[in-house]
Design a protein around this ligand. Structure first.
Ligand SMILES: [Ca+2]
Length: 203
């Protein structure tokens, strides 16, 4: 049974019990939220050879100290995964980023964002890899989602690990910047991500 179907069954069971005692019945906001499906904003499997093209490295043109590629030799599922590798020691942080538009089907306050991804890392210390989400609105940058500069902390583990996080979206957010950051960008530090999904959930 999925989480949504479980929530629905709990809502139905609770509603039935309440209805028996207190008709007419008013369905709670929590039950209505469980009934509404999530809207998939982005699904990235990195299985095609050009699936890294949507991602940009934050560095000067001609700087060869890091690279992004599609790696068929190390993937969580399918044909390949996205690989972000530091090739020479860098003073400070190195990031890659991509943009995602929010759905116009869900508006107003009470929206949530849910992100799921798989990641593994090699060649570095713990606590130096983060998955970040920047909210953007019609007037520019709003801020980090949930005021968290590090939305998901990626473990320093050389095996595939599933990550999931969600938080409230600002009312004026129309788009997102997804960012994968390595704060101690030393040579051979490598991060892979695969099966990334971004969903908008009604409140
Ligand atoms: Ca894949």
């Amino acid at each position: 049974m999925t989480t949504n179907s479980y929530e629905r069954s709990v809502c139905i069971a609770v509603a039935t019990a309440i209805f028996a005692a207190f008709a007419p019945l008013a369905i709670s906001p929590a039950c209505r939220a469980a009934e509404q499906p999530a809207t998939l904003l982005a699904k990235m499997t990195f299985d095609a050879p050009d699936d890294s093209r949507a991602w940009t490295e934050e560095k000067k043109q001609g700087d060869a100290s890091s690279e992004i590629s599609i790696d068929p030799g190390n993937r969580h599922s399918g044909a390949s995964a996205l690989k972000f590798r530091i090739t020479a020691d860098i003073a400070g942080e190195r990031d890659i980023f991509t943009g995602v538009k929010l759905s116009d089907k869900i508006t107003g306050p009470g929206r949530h964002l849910r992100v799921r991804l798989f990641s593994r890392t090699a060649g570095g210390p713990s606590g130096d890899v983060s998955f970040r989400i920047l909210e953007r609105g019609p007037s520019g940058v709003i801020g980090w989602l949930g005021n968290k500069a590090d939305f998901i902390k990626i473990d320093a583990v050389d095996k595939w690990i599933a990550y999931e996080a969600q938080d409230n979206l600002s009312e004026n957010t129309t788009g997102l910047t997804l960012e994968l950051a390595i704060s101690h960008a030393n040579a051979n530090r490598t991060v892979w991500i695969d099966d990334l999904s971004v969903e908008e959930i009604p409140g």
